[in-house]
Design a protein around this ligand. Structure first.
Ligand code: PXG
Length: 292
């Protein structure tokens, strides 16, 4: 495996960062999780735009242009001969001293890891997931804004730990006001009387690339989509529920806090959107190899 790190492609054993890197010392940096299907990178421009927006928000000046970054991501995939991949793009504040001051870190560090994708078990898509609400709240937008895909994921990790202790693969997170926002690494949608609902981004969520694709696909299919505030009660009485994320794609939820959603089976609209998303992911994207 060859990993891109600060202008070089290095074998895994040699791809290392300094212990003085503020990404390690403070979680000071931003990242993206991107996927390629069948030799094409899915929604690469959207992921890069979110990365550069996250960097701008934390006042991290990107050392290379978005175009160069795009080409470097593609080159990393080529060097690893990958067609179906998971790409982790990381930009840290870089090396500084032991203090917090980001101004002491003149050179951000760019890392691109491209690996084979580990797929979720097929049974999750067929049977659906059971999720539970955790006590850990999603961050206040005024603290670490969830719209920033920052290297500081402790909030989500604490939620994940709590979920695993309850035997759940994914967890439902509320914002500080108690409204449903998202899961530890996925966005949430539900359907009632044919209307698809998901929280608006200002509620304190990551604006998922998969989320946005599913909203577009649903609208194209003539499904009404509403981005609005809702509570757990709305979820409990929903007809269908599903999660979206780069790794998960679209995954049905059949039980929330021990309550069966609808008839306790993956819903019809959910199944249509799973198929529509797979079709989109397998037929679009930036070609990695020019012969494609
Ligand atoms: N919400 C959060 C908090 C996320 O971290 C998503 C939603 C979905 O966004 P995309 O753009 O992927 O549709 C994410 C992203 C993992 C893992 O290993 C998952 C994410 C990030 C990092 C690791 O499960 N999900």
């Amino acid at each position: 495996m060859l990993i891109y790190i600060d202008g070089e492609f290095l074998p895994k054993s040699e791809a290392k960062v300094s212990v003085f890197d503020h990404g390690l010392l403070y979680g000071d940096g931003v990242f993206e999780g991107i996927r390629s299907y069948n030799g094409r990178v899915f929604k690469l421009d959207e992921h890069l735009e979110r990365l550069y927006d996250s960097a701008k928000s934390i006042m991290l000046e990107m050392p290379i242009s978005i175009e160069t970054m795009k080409e470097t991501v593609l080159e990393t995939l080529r060097r690893n001969h990958l067609r179906e991949a998971y790409i982790r793009l990381i930009v840290t504040r870089g090396v500084g001293d032991l203090g917090l001051d980001p101004d002491k870190c003149p050179n951000p560090c760019i890392i691109i890891i491209a690996d084979k994708i580990v797929l979720y078990p097929q049974k999750y898509y067929e049977d659906g997931l059971e999720i539970v609400t955790v006590s850990v709240r999603r961050n206040y937008a005024e603290a670490i804004n969830p719209r920033i895909k920052s290297l500081n994921y402790l909030n989500n990790i604490l939620a994940k730990i709590e979920g695993k202790q309850a035997g759940a693969e994914e967890v439902l997170m509320l914002n500080p006001e108690g409204y449903v926002v998202e899961c530890s690494g996925d966005n949430i949608f539900w359907i009632k009387n044919g209307i698809l609902v998901t929280p608006p981004v200002h509620m304190g969520i990551l604006e998922g690339v998969t989320r946005n694709s599913v909203i577009d696909l649903a609208r194209e299919a003539g499904i009404r989509v509403e981005e609005r505030v809702f509570t757990r009660h709305d979820l409990y009485i929903a007809d269908e529920c599903f999660l979206t994320g780069t790794a998960a794609e679209v995954i049905p939820v059949v039980k929330i806090d021990r309550r069966a959603i609808g008839d306790g089976q993956p819903g019809k609209i959910t199944q249509r959107l799973i198929a529509a998303f797979r079709q989109l992911a397998n037929s679009t994207g930036t070609p990695i190899y020019t012969t494609d």
